[in-house]
Design a protein around this ligand. Structure first.
Ligand SMILES: [Zn+2]
Length: 376
């Protein structure tokens, strides 16, 4: 399953660059269609550009699993694809075992989950569910509109209406399972999180001739904000990262005229996230704009209990600071997530890892869950 995927969008560093509506994305979509075709599963694309592979059954309320195929810039091999690969392999296992589901089963690949090209995470699932009802005017860094790259993406109540339950399997994005010595975990929820843009204004000038007291250098409040974000995260038990900066004019011998920085912040509870961001913003001497904020997600407790019973052993329960399509779907249908151990704990980078044995354990677990939920 990995071999044909392993070269798609791979860069020289060994990382993956698979942004929505690029050649790499199209190759991933073709791979998905091929996997479905080889299994005799009908492929449908909903009006939000998400791909579905259907194993039909007479009942309603489909049992859906899957994840995404796009990546961050220079991402790892497993974030996203593991959930799609595991979905297809779980279908194979069920068929090998002669399982006849009473409810349809589908494997889904959500579009542009990472938001790496158009700046909106979980783009496909947000449009599908109507959280984002008209994304036409989103633009990529080259100024290309989403409408022109992807066509008009719209909510799809009909496609969504077929989903009875959604279970996403995902590589763990930290090293909790490695520390616990366990291959799998069940998620309890997703931390509230968001992205804020900080615009620092200054005045462009010559680095060699402008006296220090005469400067309005936006790099200084920017630098203080980076440190303040770290301190606020520590105080509030959350995470804060400034990993993206745009400097104008970005010259070695020029005092910058503006610095724009993006703060990514997450915390276990909404109060602590609000306090963290308010504290950073208050001391920043910048114009602060919330670009996207996601509330805390608690996955369906009865579904979690049912899955824990199916897995038949004590499975660790983890929260996560990362957003997922499952978090978006959870507002509409009962939703759960399984995590597979990542021995390096590294995520969104090529060092992300998973052993074949742990991936296989994930497939086994997912197959058992799908069988149970589909009434087989
Ligand atoms: Zn992911």
């Amino acid at each position: 399953m990995w071999q044909p995927l392993s070269e798609i969008g791979r860069s020289e560093s060994g990382g993956y660059v698979r942004h929505g509506w690029t050649a790499a994305d199209r190759a991933c979509r073709d791979w998905f269609a091929g996997c479905a075709a080889r299994r005799g599963l009908a492929v449908e694309e909903d009006s939000a550009a998400n791909l579905w592979a259907w194993w039909p059954a007479p009942g309603g309320g489909a049992v859906v699993t899957g994840s995404h195929l796009d990546s961050v810039p220079e991402g790892g091999a497993y974030d996203g694809p593991l959930g799609v690969v595991a979905g297809f392999l779980a279908v194979d296992l069920l068929r090998e075992r002669g399982v006849r589901p009473e409810r349809p089963i589908a494997v889904v690949a959500f579009a542009e989950e990472e938001g790496a090209r158009f700046g909106v995470a979980c783009l496909g699932s947000r449009v599908l569910t109507g959280v984002l009802d008209n994304p036409d005017n989103l633009v990529d860094p080259d100024g290309v509109r989403l409408l022109d790259a992807a066509g008009p993406l719209r909510p799809d109540p009909q496609a969504l209406g077929r989903v009875g339950v959604f279970v996403e399997l995902h590589i763990e994005q930290g090293r909790a399972l490695a520390d616990l010595g366990a291959p799998l975990a069940l998620a309890d929820g997703i931390w509230p999180h968001g992205r804020w843009r900080f615009d620092f204004a200054g005045e462009a000038n010559h680095a060699g001739t402008t006296r220090l007291p005469d400067r309005a250098d936006p790099m200084l409040p920017f630098a203080r904000t980076v440190l303040a974000a770290r301190a606020a995260a520590e105080r509030h038990g959350g995470l804060a990262t400034i990993g993206r900066v745009a400097v104008v004019p970005n010259g070695t011998n020029a005092v910058a005229s503006t610095v724009t920085a993006w703060l990514d912040a997450r915390a276990p509870a909404e109060e602590s996230l609000d306090a963290l961001v308010a504290e950073v913003a208050a001391g920043a001497d910048a114009t602060v704009t919330a670009e996207s904020v996601s509330a805390r997600v608690d996955f369906d407790p009865s579904l979690r209990a049912r899955i824990a019973a199916v897995l038949g052993r004590r499975v660790p329960v983890l929260g996560t600071g990362a957003g997922h399509d499952a978090g978006v779907l959870s507002a509409v249908v009962p939703t759960a997530m399984l995590f597979v151990r990542n021995p390096t704990g590294v995520s969104h980078a090529p060092a992300e890892a998973a052993s074949d044995a742990d991936c296989a354990a994930g497939v086994e677990a997912l197959a058992a869950v799908l069988a149970d939920l589909s009434g087989a």
